[in-house]
Design a protein around this ligand. Structure first.
Ligand code: F6P
Length: 319
């Protein structure tokens, strides 16, 4: 391939810029031109392109967000949208695409591959909810952000002998909740993968109170929700003054951690390596810390087991 494109799609994640940088540099190293597509698949449909030379991606490895902007694109779910995107590629000599995003973005990459533009997907989402890979770009940074914020909440929670119910992101997956909960010493962690009811929360608060505990952190995954109601119920049924905090989009921002910068660089490099061999319709990721790739259709069918053993440990030590 002589010319490839790169786009970011879906929710932004810290480390996406590091991946863009790796794609651009690895592409140029192989004699390819690299084009940045702005605003995800919308930019591919509308022809919003920006040529990216090796120096255009200087000074971005440490930046959160994505210099290419990102969006979710309804039009790309239909044949008409895919045809327009293909036409943009053909008109601009783009022979392959790197798509950085989540499962929704990979469905688009599969469709574009089927229409003759080979695509390689790179998992970029703070949720770590992509089955074919143990790790997605942005997860570690988001965890560290959530941990720091809950640590700050703990200061005031402890000072007032209160309970803080903290809702973290993760779409429908509980990985952020589990890891944040463990790292912050939460009394309870609520995820949609493991049954842990409001009654369980109340009972645990009551029992830990009898052992001398005066303040409580309850971490709730976005997929479970209902933090405000839970905080009211805790206050009503245990007498502990409770507040709910939804951490929200602040979890998606900030400078990527070492882990995210390194993972993004490896994945970006590997994606270009595949395209340079004319291999498309793939998603790249990590299994047992090694780089792997799967056909997109296969990747989308895979199921990721939840970390039940880790949850059990959390439950046993948070007494
Ligand atoms: O996928 C990343 C994520 O931040 C999820 O955790 C969350 O459910 C979703 O995106 C929020 O999306 P939006 O930014 O469109 O509100």
């Amino acid at each position: 391939m002589k010319k490839i494109g790169v786009l970011t799609s879906g929710g932004d994640a810290p480390g996406m810029n590091a991946a863009i940088r790796a794609v651009v540099r690895a592409g140029h190293k192989r004699g390819m031109e690299v084009v940045g597509v702005l605003r995800g698949y919308n930019g591919l449909i509308g022809g919003e392109l920006r040529p990216l030379g090796v120096r255009d991606v200087s000074d971005i490895i440490q930046r959160g967000g994505t210099i290419l902007y990102t969006a979710r694109c309804d039009e790309f779910r239909y044949e008409e949208g895919i045809r327009k995107a293909k036409a943009t590629c053909e008109a601009n000599g783009i022979e392959g695409m790197v798509v950085i995003g989540g499962d929704g973005s990979f469905r688009g990459a599969a469709d574009l591959s089927a229409h003759g533009i080979p695509c390689v997907g790179i998992p970029g989402t703070i949720d770590n909810d992509i089955s074919m890979t143990e790790y997605t770009i942005g997860y570690d940074t988001a965890l560290n952000t959530a941990m720091e914020l809950v640590d700050k909440l703990r200061d005031t929670t402890q000072s007032h002998d209160r309970c803080s119910v903290v809702e973290v992101m993760g779409h429908r997956a509980g990985y952020i909740a589990l890891h944040t909960g463990i790292s912050c010493g939460a009394t309870c962690i609520l995820t949609s993968e493991i049954p842990f009811t409001g009654d369980d929360v109340i009972n645990r608060i009551k029992s830990t109170k009898t052992t001398g505990k005066h303040h409580f952190i309850i971490v709730v995954s976005e997929g479970v929700g209902g933090s405000e109601e839970l905080a009211k119920r805790i206050e009503r049924e245990t007498g502990v003054v409770s507040r709910a905090t939804i951490l929200g989009h602040v979890q998606r921002g900030g400078s990527p951690t070492v882990k995210d910068r390194v993972a993004a660089t490896q994945l970006g490099y590997y994606a270009v390596d595949l395209l340079s061999q004319d291999i498309g319709n793939k998603v790249v990721g990590f299994q047992h810390d090694e780089l792997v790739n799967f056909d997109i259709q296969e990747a989308l069918k895979m199921k990721k087991p939840f970390e039940n053993d880790l949850y059990k440990i959390a439950l046993e030590v948070s007494i």
